[in-house]
Design a binder for this molecule. Structure first.
Ligand code: FA5
Length: 384
């Protein structure tokens, strides 16, 4: 058996000659240093560090060497590759820093320049608040119902058990719509099941209850947001055009307890947990019994009552905030809509959105809501 060939000269492998390795290294380092941008550097990397690069090929030649010569040559190739990788990483960092600095300059925004855009519009806070309340009930399975703002007297008053001589039916409270015919005929003639009468700008959203019951078979669960009109002067707490939201539920076996539970759920959804509600006796012709709904003041929780040192602006130190009217639907109203009042009962409530917006968002003057000044609406953003 012949002895290992210790006289084998590694320089005979062309690619592994020391000067050849140095040349490859220097060429690679020079190309890296000359790369003007990251794209070129990527190409240089592929050419000098990639699988087919001269140093990678030289590395593969190592296995052709006898073991004793391999260590030296391997060290040289390894050092050369290390130097190239180091140069590559340094140049990469340098070029990235240059790019970042350039982007910062090129994409700089001068925030001191004058504002030259038309500000984006936003939904009116009354709309977003009405939508939020509506959503609370839609999530419970209620259907949204709407009706006309120009309404026949029958729907606005008669069907709701509001007597012909009720003060709300006078021109002091209600906007009547002229027939324009000049012959004394009334626009509402023929409108509504037994209708003869005038046409009015609806004074509340309650006529939508009537339309909903006439349009559907019970059970009826509707939520009715809408615009209403009254001959009130515009001042800090009144506007002649305002918004209400009405709720109506008609089903078998509904009681005041269902009304109270529904009210509690609404207050929880709009103001958070732990607030009490209460019902105070009241009178509405279309509900019997009727009540005013109050909620505990969500700011002072009643702590301001009798404490002149800590007055509460939200509830005027009353401890309670009045929400609106409610009650069990008067059986006469059910009957006017063809619903069997012995089998079905219902509850309803209605309240003003402007008033709710005032105490929920500390708006002090209702006129701000109607003047259309974006400085009022903008802080509400697109949310409520
Ligand atoms: C009604 O309009 C009843 N339809 C509510 C109702 C529905 C009771 C269902 C029972 C069952 P009232 O007239 O109180 O009720 O008006 C309700 C709310 O409208 C008031 O609480 C108030 O917040 C608001 N409101 C009344 N007039 C104005 C006004 N001029 N400007 C702004 N909001 C008003």
């Amino acid at each position: 058996m012949s002895a290992p060939n210790k006289s084998y000269d590694p320089v005979e492998v062309e690619a592994l000659k020391p000067e050849e390795i140095e040349r490859m290294r220097d060429e690679a380092v020079a190309a890296i240093a000359a790369a003007p941008d990251l794209k070129t550097l990527r190409e240089v990397k592929a050419a000098h560090v990639g699988d087919r690069s001269p140093l990678a090929l030289a590395n593969r030649e190592l296995s052709a060497l006898p073991p004793h010569a391999r260590a030296d040559a391997g060290k040289r190739v390894g050092q050369a590759r290390g130097a190239v990788n180091k140069a590559l990483a340094a140049r990469q960092e340098e070029l990235e820093a240059e790019r970042d600095a350039r982007v910062l300059v090129e994409e700089a925004v001068d925030v001191t320049l004058p504002y030259d855009r038309i500000p984006l519009g936003a939904r009116h806070p009354l709309t977003t608040l009405a939508d939020r309340i509506t959503d609370v009930f839609v999530a419970m399975g209620y259907e949204v119902a709407e009706g006309p703002e120009v309404e026949a007297e029958w729907y606005n008053f008669d069907a709701l058990n509001i007597a012909k001589d009720h003060p709300a039916r006078t021109m002091q409270d209600t906007f009547f719509v002229d027939s324009g015919r000049g012959d004394g005929t009334r626009l509402g003639d023929g409108l509504g099941p037994d209708a003869s009468g005038d046409v009015v700008l609806r004074t509340h959203t309650s006529p939508v209850q009537i339309r909903s019951m006439l349009d559907r078979e019970p059970p009826v669960y509707v939520i009715c947001p809408g615009r209403v009109y009254r001959t009130d002067e515009l001042d800090a707490t009144h506007t002649p055009v305002f918004h209400q939201i009405e709720l109506l539920a008609v089903d078998e076996g509904l009681t005041m307890a269902d009304l109270k539970g529904t009210l509690d759920h609404m207050v929880l959804s709009l103001f958070g947990e732990g607030l009490k509600t209460r019902l105070r006796p009241n009178y509405f012709p279309f509900t019997e019994p009727s009540a005013e709904m109050d909620m505990e003041c969500y700011v002072c929780h009643g702590a301001s009552v009798g404490d002149p040192d800590n007055p509460c602006r939200t509830c005027s130190s009353e401890g309670w905030i009045e929400l609106g009217g409610c009650g069990m639907v008067n059986p006469r109203v059910l009957a006017a809509c063809g619903i069997d009042a012995d089998r079905y009962s219902g509850f309803a409530f209605g309240f003003g959105i402007e008033r709710l917006l005032m105490f929920r968002h500390n708006v002090e003057d209702m006129r701000d809501m109607v003047e259309g000044d974006v400085r009022f609406t903008r802080p509400f953003g697109m949310e409520i």
